[in-house]
Design a protein around this ligand. Structure first.
Ligand code: GLY
Length: 364
């Protein structure tokens, strides 16, 4: 089992461990029982994950004499609203959960974000542990303490920074994960390779060549590498004031494409397209060596993600969504660019004509 510490600084009790391994549920129970953080836990999960894993996770903890309850919420992004958080808090009250109770977020990004948020407001804050079940949550959202829910006006408009007390990443959960969701997580892994660790790209290319993308040893390696990169960035910039923005490589265009598709494109597919746009702009404006943008496109295609904007999508719609972002950010679109693989920086503005050209070039 891989283990690493996230040292957020300040008070020591804000640091936490990330554990990564296969079939680690028994150890999760032992670690929680040993640490004696609480006798009482409430698992928050969605009905889909609950059917697959809920009872098994609960039983693994109860074996260690921990008291465990389960709360389920509906699956999917539609559930990521304040109403669901209120339902969770009402259920917690009904269960008699107190300030010594720890929440366990069992699920993907939606469950992790809304459980983290509920934990940060229930009784003015109770601890949360992340038990992510998707590759995307394992390499990204379960680490770093961002919580949030969507409102009618946009995604994650309500939220907090609330670091978990621990993150337990069991690769066994990925066995039941559909290929499409593995690809969504791989988009973020490709991002880490581009912004921080080109060796990750070599590893991905090797796994594609061998047809090994779902192999446990490979997954454990890339998850550990991703977690190490993310935790290193969060340790330096927990509150997203500067450095943490590099984690948004590909996300500026990605978010606009995702919204313009009416969320028909997944987050991973949208970020994949956004990373190709950012790489091409980096080549044109910032001297990214010739061939690197093409390599990024090839890796994206090779794992089954799109590197082109779908033909039926309206470029003007994507532009108008980028302009909304521009207003929110005070007149500038913060674009993450790269000078070379592993060397990212935040560019404060891209001339509109160049941006238009880049997007046009991504139409098939
Ligand atoms: N997913 C980007 C961040 O955690 O900052």
């Amino acid at each position: 089992m891989n283990q690493m510490n996230v040292n957020i600084g300040g008070k020591a009790d804000r640091s936490y461990e990330i554990y990564i391994g296969e079939e680690i549920l028994d150890r999760v129970g032992m670690i929680l029982a040993r640490d004696g953080r609480a006798q009482r836990y409430v698992i928050v999960t969605d009905t889909h994950i609950d059917a697959l894993h809920g009872a098994r996770v609960q039983a693994a903890l109860e074996k260690l004499d921990l008291r465990v309850d389960r709360i389920t919420v509906p699956p999917g992004e539609e559930a990521k609203g304040i109403e669901t958080v209120l339902t969770v808090t009402e259920r917690l009250t009904a269960l008699g959960a107190d300030r010594q109770t720890v929440l366990i977020a069992l699920g993907g990004g939606v469950v992790g974000d809304l459980t983290g948020f509920a934990a940060s407001i229930y009784l003015r804050g109770i601890p949360v542990i992340q038990l992510p079940t998707t590759l995307l949550a394992q390499v990204d959202s379960s680490i770093g303490g961002k919580t949030g829910v969507d409102t009618a006006a946009g995604k994650n408009l309500l939220g907090t920074f609330n670091q978990p007390k621990g993150v337990f990443i069991d690769i066994a959960f990925l066995k039941t994960l559909p290929d499409e969701q593995i690809r969504s997580g791989l988009a973020e892994v490709i991002k880490y390779g581009i912004i921080e660790s080109p060796e990750l790209l070599d590893d991905l290319e090797g796994a594609v060549a061998k047809g090994n993308l779902r192999e446990t040893a490979f997954l454990e390696r890339i998850i550990a590498a991703a977690c190490r990169i993310k935790k290193g960035i969060v340790e330096l910039d927990e509150r997203d004031r500067g450095l943490r923005r590099i984690l948004n490589f590909g996300h500026t265009v990605g978010h606009a494409v995702e919204a313009a598709s009416g969320y028909a494109l997944s987050h991973g597919e949208s970020v994949a397209i956004g990373m190709v746009a950012a790489a091409r702009l980096s080549e044109r404006l910032h001297g990214l060596p010739a061939g690197d943008a093409a390599r990024i496109s090839a890796i994206i295609r090779s794992v089954g993600l799109p590197d082109r904007i779908p033909a039926e999508m309206d470029l003007e719609d994507i532009f108008s969504r980028l302009s909304v972002d521009k207003k929110k950010e005070g007149g500038m679109i913060h674009f993450v660019m790269i000078r070379k693989l592993g060397t990212p920086f935040v560019n404060g503005g891209i001339p509109e004509g160049i941006l238009r050209d880049a997007l046009k070039g991504l139409k098939p």
